[in-house]
Structure formats: structure tokens, C-alpha cells
Ligand binder design. Structure first.
Ligand code: HEM
Length: 339
């Protein structure tokens, strides 16, 4: 099932390559914006089978406005502040949320028919509760599609953005990626057969997510009293799992700040504790898109590095900021040269 999406990943990555071919390459290009656009096009295609005529830029702005409210929701819950209390840009965020709901609803309503494509909209329309036979209402379908679109593109874009910057700074590793892609796929589009062979590309993505986890923290509230290690927590305790700090903990990782994709060689992964590396979380609420995201990111990385050599912009040091996802402040300028 997941492998059936690989042609979509490759086609959208190639679209980005064409956009960069036409761009003015004498000036730095913003890799963060490019990756957000590419992963957005992919998630829309995978969810809605390209039937959607979406304004990508408007969606992107609306999703960013929506994301921006999440820290406020957390603060409101922490301090039991009533929901009606205004916070900065609340009205804009509400307008954006309404726009997203309205627009996805328009698409769902326009798709009365069931096409033969195995996209998520069709799968949700066909799904029914095995016991009661109940199917999902349009409202539930809209809410689920929005969750997938939100959770399923910005995170992957951020992982790729940091991976591209890390490779730009490390030409030896970039060459290894290039060599792998050439040997696995030559000049053909990445497909279901070749994507499996991109083992080093996947290691690069994993190492980028270790250094810059797209979801830098995970929060939970304990349902009942619990003992974790030698710490006792009462019920209803807010627990923050600092994924960024965990991934750079010197007790778990040698030379933790260094970029070294070989840490994710299969034998080293096997020897490591499962909960030392949590880019997709863990336990019952683990990311359900992890497999999709890894295939997608590897296919995009491979397609881009095969077409372009990346270099850092002299003197530019990107600053990670946590806005739900860990983005570089002000984007990610990189220099690209056609190979
Ligand atoms: C590199 C890319 C991605 C990263 C780093 C990532 C990370 C995460 C993390 C850390 C969680 C758990 C949050 C928690 O425990 O509170 C999560 C949940 C989730 N992710 Fe992802 N994700 C990625 C890609 C995707 C994609 C591509 C999709 C959809 C196709 C997706 C859909 C979801 C959904 C629906 C949940 C909620 C699951 C639940 O609560 O049961 N994610 N993701």
C-alpha cells in the first residue's frame, strides 16, 4: 500500500527540481519554502488523488496561522484560562481555521463519486465500523483530512530542510548520497523497487531528525499515578518529553552535536535503546505516518541531490525555532548548482 505512493513522491520531487532549474541560481534559494510546497503537493495528492484544486500558498499561510495558536492553547490549559480570552492574532487564526474547514468541505462535497484511486478520501468513504456498520459523516471526514494534511506535510518538510542544510555543509556525505542514488536508480525516477535501496538516504534523514527533531517535544498528562524510573508522578501530572534534548544527550549519543548518518547503520540501531530516538514519538500514539514519511523523504532527497549540488550560504547560521515544529527562523537559504 505505502509503496503505491512512491510514484507520487518522485513526480512531485521532480516538479521541484524543474522549479529550481528555472529559478535564478546565482542567488540563494529558500529550501524550507520549497520543501513545504513539495510535501504539501504530495499530501494533497495522496489524500485527495489530485482532484483538489487547492491554493497551495493560501493553505500554507492558513496552516501557519493555525499552528501559531497551539502554544496559546497549551498555556490556556496549563493556567485554566477561559477559552474566550483573546490572545494575539486570535481572529486571524479563527478566520484561517474557518477557511480550511470550508475549503476541505467543498472538496469532499465535490467528490460524490468514488474514483478507483486508493486515496485517503476514498478509503474513508468506504470505511465502516465492523460492528455497527456506521460510516463516517462528512464532518468527520473533513476533520480527519485536515489532521492528515496538517500532521503530514510540515513535519516532513522540516526534516528535509535540515537534511539538505546538513548535506550542504558536508560535501563528503552529500557525495555518498549522490553515489547511492546513481547506483540504485541511475537516471530513472525513484520507484517502488529502487526506493528500498536508498538505505543511506534514509540514514541521512534519521540523523537530521535526531539533530533537529521536527516535533521537538511531546506532552502528556498522566491518567493515573505512575512511577517512571525512580520518579513518582501523581495523576493529572503534565509531563513534557524533551525530544530535542534527548537526541543530544551525551549519555545516549557519542559526540551528540556532530552530523554522522552512520549512527543509523542497522547494527548500531539494533544495539540502541528504542526510546533514545523519538522523532515519531512512541507507544500507542506513535505517528501513524512514519512509514509514509520515511519513504517520501528518501525519495525527495534522492531526486534533489541527483539533480543539484547544494552549498551553504557563507556566514549564514540557521537558528532553529520551535513553533510546534522545529523550523529554521526566516527560512533556509542554500546555493544550488545543477550537476
Ligand atoms: C518526518 C515526518 C513526521 C514526523 C517527524 C512526525 C512526528 C509525529 C509525532 C512525534 C507524533 C506523536 C505526537 C504525540 O505523541 O503527541 C505524530 C503523530 C501523528 N502523525 Fe506524524 N510525523 C511525521 C509525518 C506524518 C505524516 C506523513 C502523516 C500522515 C500521512 C502523519 C500523521 C500523524 C497523525 C495522524 C498523528 C496522530 C496519531 C495519534 O494521535 O494517534 N505524520 N507524528
Amino acid at each position: 500500500m505505502l509503496l503505491s505512493f512512491v510514484p507520487v513522491f518522485a513526480a512531485m520531487a521532480q516538479r521541484q527540481v524543474e522549479r529550481w532549474r528555472k529559478a535564478d541560481r546565482t542567488v540563494p534559494t529558500d529550501a524550507a519554502a520549497a520543501m513545504t510546497r513539495t510535501t504539501f503537493e504530495i499530501i494533497v495528492e495522496a489524500m485527495l488523488g489530485g482532484s483538489a484544486n487547492l491554493d497551495a500558498d493560501r493553505y500554507s499561510r492558513a496552516l501557519t496561522d493555525n499552528f501559531g495558536t497551539i502554544p496559546w492553547h497549551i498555556i490556556y490549559v496549563m493556567f485554566s484560562i477561559p477559552e474566550w480570552m483573546p490572545y494575539p492574532h486570535r481572529r486571524r487564526a479563527m478566520r484561517s481555521r474557518d477557511f480550511l474547514h470550508r475549503d476541505i468541505r467543498r472538496i469532499v462535497a465535490a467528490r460524490h463519486f468514488r474514483s478507483s484511486k486508493p486515496d485517503l478520501l476514498n478509503l474513508m468513504r468506504a470505511a465502516h465500523d465492523p460492528e455497527t456498520g456506521r460510516t463516517m459523516s462528512d464532518d468527520e471526514i473533513v476533520a480527519n483530512l485536515l489532521t492528515f494534511i496538517t500532521a503530514g506535510h510540515e513535519t516532513t518538510a522540516v526534516a528535509l530542510t535540515w537534511a539538505l542544510w546538513l548535506l550542504a555543509k558536508d560535501q563528503v556525505t552529500q557525495q555518498r548520497v549522490f553515489d547511492e542514488v546513481k547506483s540504485v536508480a541511475a537516471d530513472q525516477p525513484i520507484d517502488a523497487a529502487s526506493v528500498e535501496g536508498l538505505a543511506f538516504c534514509r540514514q541521512v534523514i534519521q540523523e537530521a531528525m535526531r539533530l533537529f527533531p521536527p516535533a521537538p517535544g511531546i506532552a502528556r498528562i498522566s491518567k493515573a499515578a505512575v512511577k517512571i524510573g525512580n520518579m513518582q508522578f501523581s495523576a493529572s501530572t503534565r509531563i513534557h518529553i524533551p525530544v530535542f534534548a534527548l537526541h543530544r544527550n551525551a549519555g545516549l549519543w557519542d559526540n551528540p552535536d556532530a552530523f554522522d548518518p552512520d549512527r543509523f547503520a542497522p547494527e548500531l540501531v539494533k544495539a540502541r535503546r528504542r526510546f533514545a530516538f523519538l522523532p515519531f514519538g512512541g507507544g500507542p500514539r506513535v505517528c501513524i505516518g512514519g512509514g509514509f514519511a520515511m519513504l517520501e523523504a528518501a525519495a525527495i532527497l534522492a531526486t534533489i541531490i541527483r539533480a543539484f549540488r547544494l552549498d551553504p550560504v557563507a556566514g549564514h547560521k540557521p537558528k532553529p525555532v520551535a513553533r510546534v515544529t522545529l523550523r529554521p527562523a526566516g527560512g533556509m537559504p542554500l546555493l544550488i548548482t545543477e550537476r
